[in-house]
Design a protein around this ligand. Sequence first.
Ligand code: THU
Length: 160
Amino acid sequence: MKEVKIESTFYVFETFDELPNEAAVLMQKAFEARDKAYAPYSNFNVGAAILLDNGEIIIGSNQENASYPSGLCAERTAIYYAGSQYPNAKVLRMAISATSKNKPTQSPIPPCGACRQAIAEYEVKQETPIEIYFMGETGKIAKSMSLANLLPFIFDKSVL
Ligand code: THU
C-alpha cells in the first residue's frame, strides 16, 4: 500500500478591491443574482454569475421549494441555463457570493459538492479550466484556477 496525496491550491484576496477588474465585475453580478434568490426556508441567499467566451454573462440564484429537495442551488441554476442557452460556448469564469439572514457570512463560501459535480461536467466537456471565485457577503474572496482543483478524484465520463 502506498499513500497518495492530492493537493489543491487556492488564491485569497483580502478585500473586494484587490480583485482584478474582470473578476470584480462578475462578482458584482453575483451580488445582483444573490438579491434575486428565492430562499424563504433557509434564508441563505446565493448568487452565481458566469462569463462565457461569447461575452455573455449568465446569472443564477438558489430557488427553494416547499418540497425541499426540489429546490436548486445558484451555481446549478446558472450553469444549466448557460448550457441550455449557449450549448457551444465555453465557461471562462464563475463568481459566487452567499449571504444569510441568520448570521454574517464573512469568509469564502465554496460551492456544494453537487454543484462542483455539475460544473465539472462542463469543464470536462470544454477541455479548458473554469476559474471559480467565491465569497460570503463581505470579507476575503477565494479563487480556484479550475473546477478540478475544487473536486479532487473527480468522477467523469472517462470512466463510463
Ligand atoms: N446553496 C447554493 O445555492 N449553493 C451552494 O453551493 C450551497 C447551497 C443553497 C441551497 C439552499 O437553497 C441554501 O443554499 C441552503 O443550503
